[in-house]
Ligand binder design. Sequence first.
Ligand code: GLC
Length: 469
Amino acid sequence: METLAEASARRLLTESLIHLNGEAVGTRAALSAWTAAENYADCFIRDFVPSALVFLQAGREDVVRNFLRVALRIRDLQEEMEGHRGLPRVMPASFRVERLSDGRETLHADFGDRAIGRVAPVDSMMWWVLLLQAYVSKTGDRALAADPAFQRGMQSILGVLLNDRFEVFPTLLVPDGSFMIDRRMGVYGHPLEIQALFFGSLNALSALLVPTDTLAPMLEQAAKRRAQLTEYVRQFYWLDMTRLNEIHRYETEAFGQDAANPLNIYPESIPDWVVDWLPDRGGYLLGNLGPGRMDFRFFAFGNLLAVIFGLATQAQAEAIMNLYEAQWSDLVGRMPVKLIYPAMAGLEWQLLTGSDPKNTPWSYHNGGNWPALLWAFVGAAMRAGRGDLARRALDIAEPRLLADDWPEYYDGRNGRLIGRRANTRQTWSGAALLVAHGLLREPGQLDFWMAPDEVGGWQSEVELAKMPE
Ligand code: GLC
């Protein structure tokens, strides 16, 4: 039997559908927008993810198929920007259908060229690939992925992802605000969420691309990069008490291949809060890592996706859930889940957000709580064998979301307040609740995203490898 909240979320999802020539092709981000930001009427690629998972579960594969086609088509609408040879060819952040006076309908997209802050959404193309994988695995419709237009699209995405940049790390380098956190938040460089998506999409692309002679070297390179990325993230992003002790006593200024502290991290950069906050039996993946830089903040979505895609080992997945249990009021509180912990304040907030009033401490991206992540929390908890935590989170979220009419986010240290500028009737807040319910009933629902060699036999130890050469 569906709960009242489920029924209400399902209505919201149906009302949010966007049509093109009579066919449903996506969902609006919010049906009631607080701000004047008109793009909440758009279909955002990332926001559509939980909607798509619901549609796949509910026998509405057609919506997901239409969405995948439309998003691919829009990619070709990208206009040349002066000074850029061949565009990055990312997928748009969002799109909308506009009706012309003669009744015809056209597609309009935002590639970051219109969005507030003008950020290119690096995550969109990866979510598109992951949704294609979900669709193919759920429907068995391999023909869609084999379609030449889809193969070309995927090949070009793989090309963008594997493009060499000015650095030696296996991780993907991106600008600030190029993913769910789409405003300046000091997340430039190698943010965890992007690395988890990178890992997931390399897996998906190897599964979906039909190998040809031209493609073979690229696929080989993808496999190597994936292996390096996995080792690197599992070792160098990981933080637990053992690692914290190592970092606390790190030698610095070491030269050469075998340096224990290859990124030259200064122990002085360990923030005060982390030492007492980290539980004995828990751990998490750091928010970001680069030369002389460790971002110790806890980023929920990156950690949860790392668990769902199998980038985190089984032991790490369990430790992440132990951390959630130990620091429940900080990381879940009155609304699952906190996007980033802790919030930045004072000079740090001024310098890293550019004094962004939407991202004041414990609000919005800067320490707000986002119901849209409920599906990922429940998915990760089920994967780590913590159905108890999944249930607990859902029981907290459900009555409030229904009573508050599906807010976009919550504010305050424990997520007690409705977000200051939050929309209500935010579609992915509703869709996330529906996916979470589905996962509690059937925990294997996201298995298609699990890395192939991790299915069935997860490594139980973190294999400490050398820094990839
Ligand atoms: C905000 C969020 C972004 C989301 C969009 C639409 O810009 O930061 O992640 O996709 O709203 O809901």
